[in-house]
Design a protein around this ligand. Sequence first.
Ligand code: AHG
Ligand code: MN
Ligand code: MN
Length: 369
Amino acid sequence: MPMQRRYTLTQYLIEQRRRFPDASGDFNALLLDAALACKAIARSVAFGALDGGPGGAVAETATQVNVQGEQQKPLDVASNAYFTQMTEWGGHLAGMASEEMEQPYQIPAPHQRGKYLLVFDPLDGSSNIDVNVTVGSIFSVLRAPQEVIDAGRDVTEADFLQPGCQQLAAGYALYGPATMLMLSVGNGVAGFTLDPNLGQFMLTHPGVRVPEDTQEFAINASNARFWEPPVKRYVDECLAGRTGPRGKDFNMRWIASMVAEAHRILMRGGVFLYPRDTKDAAKPGRLRLLYEANPIAFLMEQAGGRASTGRAPMLGVQPESLHQRIGLVFGSKNEVERIERYHAEAPRHVDLAHPLFSERSLFREELAQ
Ligand code: AHG
Ligand code: MN
Ligand code: MN
């Protein structure tokens, strides 16, 4: 039987670059460095509770607390170091930002500085590490402001506050039964599977499309008492099944690894909600805009799906801070649009003195309409 011809990630990127004859190759080189970091993290994750992996000991269970006030596992820290070390040397980056670093990361001398910004969640779903459930890494590439490139100056928080529609590339690696990389360079979504023998990501899922309809939803139902009415309405209607207003039965999933949920949805459709809720007035949503919501939103839209705050398209949101949280709904287009419709139809009964509305221009603008 003839061997199946498969493209590597490198070959795919070279093919994509043909659309831009003047491209220098920096962009591709950066993505390959990010993919290398993901391969190293995949190896570390695979060692589980054993001491080992490319970075040595990661098995100890001691935790620290990160900028978000969340438990930081040794693998969160190690994964962050893989990303910074494997991408800082190439001369492609003006700076980086990560869930695990309070401030932007400056490219240290003697490395050259370049024109891109890399933003990442080095290990998403890390609460699942101890129970050997799928986790992943999420990343996003933005162009640095021109004056940063020209001056080669240190990056500031403001340089990263770009809406998601300005992303040049976004992707995630999934450390599951197989390691995969799902990537968009703005021309659809392609999926790669890590060949463990070759150590190469091979193109296995070209032209990924999210089905427009679904009968599967994902939400953490333990937050139900904090949901806003449109979310409660949506979930109630799903639960009512065939005899309810939707006239069909729904299935539910919750892995608590957003990358794993995003992957299921890219593969077979579905809808994911981590909506804005009333649980903690200081946190308008659980997930972070720049390195969780935006890259996943970019992938969804590039695959024909949709991503939203519930009220507005995610990719249009103007970020206000590096670690900003936001309500996130994504997946099959018709279902996300339905959820947006439910928000639009809900009575505008809001407490404007509530801290959620005092600072966040997105909601204020919308309320003003
Ligand atoms: P991280 O591990 O990077 O902090 O992200 C975890 C996120 C996301 O992956 C997941 O969907 C969500 O947290 C789970 O939240 P709950 O524990 O509230 O279900
Ligand atoms: Mn995360
Ligand atoms: Mn994380």
